[in-house]
Design a protein around this ligand. Structure first.
Ligand code: PGA
Length: 255
């Protein structure tokens, strides 16, 4: 079991799924089904278009709504981008940054992440930073090297004592959307390594930081992953699209 001082966190990353009507339908069912579940924090990250309605529908529930990306500048000539003040205006509570799909398909860089993370924290928003290695990197024994490079570069601009406010999601790229979940030993080992990297900067912040696992989390494997001492919950893609599956995963984080 992870340290009781760290409340487990489960986040749904819907990616480019669900229209506003579909998001509303999911949330109406999910908010009812999750009831007064305590012991885990729940974050749902719909596409931008569904954010206003999602904030409205979860207003009287403990569920928080976050975006899947954000730009670091408040405004400017950045066609197609969304800024932190725009999210704040909607009542959105945070953003995922550095997801491997954004790094790979949309050229999100460590330099951009080093600007996004302090900007989110300065605005009082929750930052969920994704890191993780490719299959080739793992096979070559380079997992720790990749994680070190990402953690050091992405969090370089976040002061040590603020590191505990960042949620880190360890998402091995070979496990995302593949049905090939990391074993609990693999996930625990990588997450303990990430915590040690944070501890090099600030031991208290490292002990307080939530570090979650992502990559084919499902109702059938959630409980065993979340039972590991350093795994503080999950970032869930495919299985978060179904309200019943996502309820089961959230319940597994709050036994
Ligand atoms: P998955 O996605 O659960 O569908 O593997 C996880 C993610 O990309 O965050």
């Amino acid at each position: 079991m992870p340290d009781a001082a760290r409340t487990p966190l489960v986040a749904a990353n819907w990616k480019m799924h669900k229209t506003v009507a579909e998001s509303d339908d999911f949330l109406d069912r999910f908010v009812g089904a999750i009831g007064d579940l305590t012991g885990a924090e729940i974050v749902v990250c719909p596409p931008y278009t569904a954010l206003p309605s999602a904030v409205e529908r979860t207003r009287r529930s403990p569920i928080r709504i976050a975006a899947q990306n954000v730009h670091f500048e408040d405004s400017g000539a950045f066609t197609g981008e969304i800024s932190i003040p725009m999210l704040v205006e909607l009542g959105v509570g945070g953003a995922i940054v550095g997801h491997s799909e954004r790094r790979r398909l949309f050229c999100e860089t460590d330099e951009a992440l080093a600007r996004k993370l302090p900007a989110l924290l300065d605005a009082g928003l929750e930052a969920i930073l994704c890191v993780g290695e490719t299959e080739a990197e793992r096979d070559a024994g380079r997992t720790e090297e990749v994680l070190r490079r990402q953690i050091e570069a992405d969090l370089a601009t976040v002061a040590g004592e603020r590191l505990g406010a960042v949620v880190v999601a360890y998402e091995p790229i070979w496990a995302i959307g593949t049905g090939r979940t990391a074993t609990r030993e693999q996930a625990q080992e990588a997450i303990a390594f990430i915590r040690a990297l944070l501890a090099d900067r600030d031991p208290a912040a490292a002990a307080a930081a939530r570090i979650v696992y992502g990559g084919s989390v499902k109702p059938a494997n959630a409980a065993e992953l979340f039972a590991e001492p350093d795994i503080d919950g999950g970032l869930v893609g495919g299985a978060s699209l179904d309200p019943d599956d996502f309820v089961a995963i959230c319940a597994a984080a709050a036994p």
